[in-house]
Design a protein around this ligand. Sequence first.
Ligand SMILES: NC(=O)c1ccc[n+]([C@@H]2O[C@H](COP(=O)([O-])OP(=O)(O)OC[C@H]3O[C@@H](n4cnc5c(N)ncnc54)[C@H](O)[C@@H]3O)[C@@H](O)[C@H]2O)c1
Ligand SMILES: [Zn+2]
Length: 349
Amino acid sequence: VNTKLHIYYGAGSLKSLATFLNKNHFTRIFILSDTNVLTHCYPILVSKISALQRAEIIEMEGGEENKNIYTTIQVWEALTELGADKNSLVINLGGGVITDLGGYAAASFKRGIPFIHIPTSLMAMADAAIGGKCGIDLHHVKNQIGCIIQPVGIFIYPEFLYTLPQQQLKNGLAEIIKSALIADAELIQTLIHKNNTLEFALKKSIDIKSRVVLKDPDEKNIRKTLNFGHSLGHAIESTFLGTKKMLLHGEAVAIGMLMEAHISFQKKMITKDILKIVESLITPTFKLPKFSIKESKAIHNYLAHDKKNINAQILMSLLNGLGKCSINVPVNEREINRSFAYYQKLSIP
Ligand SMILES: NC(=O)c1ccc[n+]([C@@H]2O[C@H](COP(=O)([O-])OP(=O)(O)OC[C@H]3O[C@@H](n4cnc5c(N)ncnc54)[C@H](O)[C@@H]3O)[C@@H](O)[C@H]2O)c1
Ligand SMILES: [Zn+2]
């Protein structure tokens, strides 16, 4: 798909991976993965690429609760015990938790050893594996620790999605909807009318993200558009992390997109019709839990610590038309409160 970022997409991507492994003589190969992915995807991978039979497996527990420094230490210990050197390859096989944590673990091990991503969830294929952002959470603060470093290859094999649970598909769909809303009015129509396959939308979404990342790898400007829905989304995700109401990243971002679309509407950056389009893409698909007063306060509090803020001013990436997004838009307390009121009143079809 994208040669500059070394992205290979489609049924032939695993052949490209076999060629890649043949060309590069890595001393050792390590596969970092979680239990589900080792059950569902690893056997397919090894059956197609015999060179991977000799790879060492490092298994971690999946889930956002494990995207932390304690798991990272275990990965570093495993790499050390198994004798990884600077010319070893780490393969991150899994969802966004694996690609984020595995990228960070490899990028900091012995000051950095090469790694590749083989994303297996829709979230990771559409978003997490692309762009080089990697990292871990610090307590409940999402992605507080990390860096931007590009993997030496990204191999996206959509057939891995066959075993992905429905809820996880919806989770990834949230990021595809986001890509459409910020950059591609045509893809918005495709999603509304469902007149194409998921793989088509996924491919489009990968194209959007790669284009944006190549223009602005260090997130100085246009890359910030990808944060639409994420200021509130991350705050919501952090608030519910580890509780009974815990939300997946995409589920929290879906709510964040509704609220941030409403702020865009308040600022007259989008019309009511566009707000309705955002609602029609999100409300039928995602669960939309209401917030208690305590939860609203916690979300506000996380928002105040968002990485995008400068000098304590809350800055957001907001919609500025259909398929358009503006960055660094200052948002005040009143607008945020109104977006809460809007979300709490929103009726779910
Ligand atoms: N770095 C980035 O740019 C970026 C972008 C978006 C999201 N993220 C991060 O990604 C993470 C979420 O990613 P995720 O939703 O993939 O989470 P995840 O890695 O926890 O995967 C979700 C679940 O699906 C299972 N799974 C994965 N592939 C499967 C398959 N093919 N068949 C069956 N089960 C499968 C996993 O075992 C896990 O239980 C969050 O931490 C988020 O912050 C990062
Ligand atoms: Zn996201």
